[in-house]
Design a protein around this ligand. Structure first.
Ligand SMILES: [Zn+2]
Length: 135
């Protein structure tokens, strides 16, 4: 049986993140059974830490609405690089503000025509609200 794993989360851009896209040399003997594909980016935090980026403040802490770890322009750059290098993106996106931002970035980098075959995956997805899903 062969298994596939994705590169660990990357807060850095591709040049650094790409270094994680290969099996660690100590695991080279597993190469016939384990492959590494895709890059996972953590776009925001978690509800438990109140760090998922939301459109409205947290009910328990009205001064908090989380934060995104990448500004929109950087997200667009990551998307363009993924398209150019044909790398699958796995996006940790929990907050609805994060989801809205990443969907806007997808639209700005080609929309459905550019992304439908790229297998970009939103992980967790609690922020995928009905008003954000295109018709
Ligand atoms: Zn995650």
């Amino acid at each position: 049986m062969k298994i596939s794993i994705c590169a660990p989360y990357a807060k850095e851009r591709f040049e650094t993140a790409r270094q994680h896209s290969f099996l660690h040399p100590e695991c080279a003997h597993l190469a016939d059974r384990v492959s590494v594909s895709g890059l996972k980016y953590l776009l925001d935090g978690t509800p438990e830490e109140r760090s998922a980026a939301t459109r409205v403040p947290c009910a328990e802490d009205p001064l908090t609405s989380g934060q995104m770890d990448f500004p929109l322009e950087e997200l667009r750059a990551i998307f363009r690089e993924a398209q150019q290098r044909n790398v699958q993106l796995l996006l940790h996106a929990i907050g609805d503000r994060t989801t809205e931002t990443l969907l806007n970035a997808m639209e700005a980098t080609g929309g459905p025509g550019a992304w439908s075959q790229k297998r970009l995956r939103i992980e967790h997805g609690e922020g995928v609200m009905s008003d954000l899903v295109p018709e």
